[in-house]
Design a protein around this ligand. Sequence first.
Ligand SMILES: NC(=O)c1ccc[n+]([C@@H]2O[C@H](COP(=O)([O-])OP(=O)(O)OC[C@H]3O[C@@H](n4cnc5c(N)ncnc54)[C@H](OP(=O)(O)O)[C@@H]3O)[C@@H](O)[C@H]2O)c1
Length: 340
Amino acid sequence: MVSLTEIRTHNATLKSLSSGLVAIFVGGTSGIGLSTAREFVRNTNSPHVYLVGRNQAEATRIIGELREINPTSQLDFIKSDVSLLKNVDEACRQIKEKEQKVNLLFMTVGYVTFQGRDETEEGLDRKFAVHYYARIRFLQNLSPLLTAGANSPDPTLTLSRAVSVLDPKIGRAGRPNFSDLSLKDNFTLRNCATHASAMNNFALEHFAQTYPGTSFVHAYPSIVGTGAMRGLGTAWTAAWKVGGMLLKPFMVDLGESGERHLFAATAPRYAPRARAERVEDVAKGGDDVKGSGSYQLNWDGETLPDSKTAATLRAEDAEKRIWTHTEEVFKKVCEESGKY
Ligand SMILES: NC(=O)c1ccc[n+]([C@@H]2O[C@H](COP(=O)([O-])OP(=O)(O)OC[C@H]3O[C@@H](n4cnc5c(N)ncnc54)[C@H](OP(=O)(O)O)[C@@H]3O)[C@@H](O)[C@H]2O)c1
C-alpha cells in the first residue's frame, strides 16, 4: 500500500513544477473526478483545468470553489453529454482550439443503473458508452496533445498521462464475448461490467504501445461516497444511505480518494514506456512488465499483478481484437452512418 504520507509528500512536490499544466476532467462535476480536480488545483501552479459534464449549475459552483483554492488557476466548463461520440468529438474540438498540449486526461464519467440496455441514437448502450467508448474516443482525439505535453521544452512540465477510473479487476477475472463486443445481443449489467473493464485494460495497453511518451492508468477507487447513486431514485438512494453507514469502515474517504488519484495521475513510478528506464522505482504494467506504460492500480496505489485470465486473453490477441472492434465502432459512428 502506498501510504497517505508518501502520497501527500509527492503531491506537495507538484508546486515545484513550472506553471501551466493542462488537465481535462471528464466527469469533473462530481465525486472522484471533482475530488481529484480539487487536489490538482490545490497542488499546482497556474493550472488550466477543463471540467466536462452536463450539470451547469454544479460546474459554476465548483469553478467558484476551485478559484478560491487557487486564484492563479484558469477554469473552464464544457457542458456536454458524452454518452454520444459526436459530443465527445465536439468537446475535443473545443479543447484543441484553445490548447497546444494536454498533460492529464482524467476520466471518471459514469453512473450506476439497474436498468437493462439503453441504446443511444448512435447504437451503443449508454452506460457502456460512457464507461468505455467515450473515454477511448477522448483518448484517441487528445493523444497528439498528450504527446505534445510529453515533449514540452520545460523539463518540469513533461507530464503526459491518461487515467480511467473504473475497475480493472472485473475484466481480469472474466472473459469478454469477442463475437459481440458491443453487447448488442448479449447485454446484462454483469457482461457490461466485464466488457467495459477488460476493454479499458486492453485498449490502454494498445495506447501504451502506440504512444510511448504517455502513460496510461486504469484505476479501481474502492467504495467511495459520491453522487454515483443519484440516478437510482429515492428508494435506492435511501437504502444506499443506510448501506453506506454500514460500509463506512471499508470505504475510502472522498478527500483521500482525490489525493490518491492525484498521485495516480502524476507520480513518476507510473512512467510512460519511453521514460521508464530513467525511473528507479518504476511500477509493473498490467502485463507484469516493469515500466510497460499501462498500469492497472488497486485503490491503494499498488499495481495489480497479471491474472491467469488476462494472460490467456493476451495470448489470444485480445488487445488487437478489441482495438479493431473499437476502430470499427468509431468509423461507423463518427465517419459513416452515425450509428453502430
Ligand atoms: N464511487 C465508487 O464507489 C466507485 C466504485 C467503483 C467504480 N467507480 C467508478 O468510478 C467512476 C467515477 O465514479 P464517481 O463515484 O465519482 O461518480 P459520480 O460522483 O456520479 O460522478 C460521475 C461524473 O460523470 C459525469 N457524467 C455522467 N454521465 C455523463 C454524461 N452522459 N455526459 C457527461 N458527463 C457525465 C457526471 O457529471 P454530470 O452530472 O455533470 O453529467 C459526474 O461528474 C465511475 O465510472 C464509477 O463507475 C466508482
